[in-house]
Design a binder for this molecule. Structure first.
Ligand SMILES: Cc1cc2nc3c(=O)[nH]c(=O)nc-3n(C[C@H](O)[C@H](O)[C@H](O)COP(=O)(O)OP(=O)(O)OC[C@H]3O[C@@H](n4cnc5c(N)ncnc54)[C@H](O)[C@@H]3O)c2cc1C
Length: 338
């Protein structure tokens, strides 16, 4: 009989993140498909009651938690020790967690400490012939693989944005405390993150707006218009709350001393050597749509592009709609309409 542990580090404000609800949905899928299996939730944090209450109606056997002020932000050693203690207390054979940056940091270590095996960034879990199956992408999202494993405990992290989140009713949860040796030489001095207004990468946004190198190139009047490009793009992001992506050619310009969009960094890069974001819609502007870039759009469902070149890559079956137009004019009009 499989014992499934859905593992999550609660947010700093004590809530259960959307990515954790997706992992919970994956764990529930396994529970539903594996006859006689049992599901429990293991939480890590400084105060987990609010998070446990918010998902208590999801029909789990029990809630286990390692609670300690040191687990508010977490560091590798404390998180890994807490996770291993929860796996042991639950007697887990399958461990499912969201592949957040915090979980990614300690998940493999916790698997190692538990004598288990780990597969990260699953985009689907299912049951086939009475055994769990994990879907995972390889070679920069070009190939998928289906994995079955006999080894237990099997640690599976779920790629955020890949599943429909569970929607359990809130109830009062009875949380069982689990102790763990959290002694650590690492002291978390604080967490630095950009102010939300300054942040251009918004994984939850409905739209991905991609800027390509064309924004910084000479235009029909023979001159570049980088300040205008910056104003147009920032104004659009502000109005639409879209997430900002960039092509490699654009983000690389900052290293070559050319006139650049100041808010664009390598973190924005989408593509083979960049990110593979998940947004329902994407709008590409001044970007040619070459394969190494477009492969990063693998999970964007509806794609549109604005390019002056009617033969650009987007026209070669890579976009649903290509507007053959000047993006400066198009985005000026779009901003007016917004
Ligand atoms: C191993 C490898 C890995 C790579 N990985 C990545 C990756 O991860 N991500 C990535 O993006 N690229 C990657 N590349 C590079 C990729 O092949 C392209 O070179 C790059 O994506 C081109 O960027 P771009 O389309 O912004 O620029 P360009 O090719 O210079 O295209 C600019 C476009 O802007 C258009 N344009 C100009 N002005 C306007 C205007 N006013 N209105 C509308 N359109 C306008 C032009 O028509 C042109 O199509 C990789 C390449 C290799 C070899």
């Amino acid at each position: 009989m499989e014992k499934i542990l859905m593992l999550a580090a609660v947010e700093a404000d004590g809530t259960f993140a959307k990515s954790a609800l997706e992992a919970l949905a994956a764990a529930k899928t396994l529970q539903a498909g594996l006859a006689g299996s049992e599901l429990c939730v293991g939480l890590i944090g400084a105060d987990v009651q609010k998070a446990a209450d918010s998902v208590a109606g999801c029909g789990v056997a029990k809630f286990l938690a390692v609670v300690d002020p040191a687990l508010k932000d977490g560091c590798y050693s404390a998180d890994a020790a807490a996770a291993a203690a929860l796996v042991k207390a639950a007697g887990a054979t399958l461990v499912v967690a969201p592949a957040t940056s915090r979980v990614n940091r300690f998940f493999s270590g916790a698997a190692r400490r538990s004598g288990g095996h780990v597969d990260t960034r699953a985009t689907e879990v299912a049951v086939d012939g009475g055994a769990p199956v994990v879907t995972r992408w390889y070679y920069r999202q070009r190939m998928t693989g289906l994995l079955k494993r006999a080894a237990r405990p099997w640690f599976i992290s779920v790629d955020p944005g890949s599943m429909r989140p569970a929607d359990p009713a809130p109830e009062k949860a009875a949380v069982e405390a689990v102790s763990a040796d959290l002694a650590s030489r690492t002291k978390v001095a604080g967490v630095k993150s950009p102010a939300s207004g300054a942040q251009t990468i918004r994984p939850e946004a409905a739209l991905l707006f991609v800027a390509g190198a064309g924004w910084c190139k000479k235009q029909s009047d023979g001159a570049t218009h980088v300040p205008e490009a910056e104003t147009l793009i920032l104004s659009f992001l502000d109005k639409s709350k879209a997430s900002l992506g960039g092509s490699k050619s654009l983000v690389d310009q900052s290293g070559e001393g050319a006139e650049v969009l100041k808010f664009m960094t390598h973190l924005n890069q989408v593509g083979q050597t960049g990110a593979t974001p998940r947004h329902p819609k994407g709008l590409s502007t001044c970007c040619h749509g070459e394969e190494p870039h477009v492969v990063g759009w693998r999970f964007v469902n509806e794609r549109r592009a604005v390019n002056m070149n009617a033969s650009c890559g987007w026209a070669q079956g890579k976009a649903d709609v290509l507007y053959v137009a000047d993006a400066f004019q198009v985005m000026t009009k779009v901003n007016e309409l917004l």
